[in-house]
Design a protein. Structure first.
Ligand SMILES: NC(=O)c1ccc[n+]([C@@H]2O[C@H](COP(=O)([O-])OP(=O)(O)OC[C@H]3O[C@@H](n4cnc5c(N)ncnc54)[C@H](OP(=O)(O)O)[C@@H]3O)[C@@H](O)[C@H]2O)c1
Length: 254
């Protein structure tokens, strides 16, 4: 079984590791043994755990899962040249990763939290040499899409990487709206969850505008609710959310 080495044992590392469970031998490198133990417990699979100080990454396939601001600090604790570095870090460019970690090849990817249930939409870009292996790794946690430029990856970060948080806001607000009108909380939550499950499948094959037109009959309930969303500038706020996330990615990369 091939070994994948995770540097960082937080939420995203665990989400990806869950998708790889049973398919790869997993090694985790961190700074705190208790946290790595928690990672192993949450994963439910035996892993190798190593402290980061002076850890040798020579010829390894690394999945880097620390925060963007940790790169320099982490790089000082490692030695050797990894074969492939797959970075999940938002906004950290290939050239910065090469400068600090000096791997043979680098692929940046942007998964989302759905990796933990094998349903991440992950965008990737970077060295062509690492493309095949990185794509195989990320395909184990959902769908992948290779992009041509880092600019595209930074834009896609705001869509698929941050998207679960945006949709969570919508999901919670719709359920709150139903409760406000008198639906019991448990019924509102169950209805909202069913809505998202069905919508997730429908949107794979239908253009959003066509889907909306199909649901909206003249003068009906959907038209009334839809008008309220337009009055609340939801469309403009969504477009702005992607712009702000992209601006933040650019800020992190400079
Ligand atoms: N969460 C998401 O939905 C999402 C989506 C796409 C991409 N990302 C990217 O994923 C990355 C990680 O996010 P996260 O949500 O997993 O963060 P997190 O839960 O805070 O995990 C960060 C990990 O980095 C470790 N770390 C920090 N400094 C370290 C050091 N000097 N040496 C060793 N380990 C160190 C932390 O170790 P300790 O356990 O010891 O604190 C922790 O395990 C970010 O760069 C983010 O841009 C996240």
């Amino acid at each position: 079984m091939r070994t994948i080495t995770f540097i960082g044992n937080g939420n995203m590392g665990l989400s990806i590791a869950k998708g790889l469970k049973g398919k790869y031998h997993i090694e985790v490198v961190g700074r705190n043994r208790d946290n790595m133990h928690e990672f192993e417990k949450a994963l439910g699979q035996k892993i190798d755990k190593s402290l980061i100080d002076n850890f040798d990454i020579t010829r390894k396939t690394i999945v880097l899962c620390v925060k963007p601001s940790n790169v320099e600090e982490v790089s000082k604790k490692l030695h050797g040249k990894a074969d492939l570095l797959v970075s999940v870090l938002a906004g950290v460019p290939v050239k910065t990763l090469k400068k600090y970690l000096k791997p043979k090849s680098v692929v940046r990817c942007m998964p989302n939290l759905a990796a933990s249930v094998g349903k991440s939409m992950t965008t990737l870009t970077g060295d062509e040499k690492g493309r095949e292996e990185a794509t195989v790794i990320l395909n184990a946690v959902g769908d992948t899409l290779w992009l041509e430029t880092e600019k595209e990856l930074d834009i896609a970060t705001g869509l698929a990487g941050s998207g679960p948080a945006y949709l969570a806001l919508i999901a919670e607000a719709f359920a709150d709206g139903a409760v406000k009108q008198g639906l019991k909380r448990e019924y509102a939550m169950a209805t909202m969850r069913g809505l998202f499950a069905g919508f997730g499948e429908l949107i794979q094959d239908i253009h959003p505008a066509e889907l909306k037109d199909t649901v909206m009959s003249p003068g009906g309930t959907t038209a009334a609710g839809y008008g309220a969303l337009e009055d609340g500038n939801v469309r403009a706020a969504c477009i702005d959310a992607i712009e702000q996330a992209y601006e933040k990615a650019k800020e992190l990369s400079s």
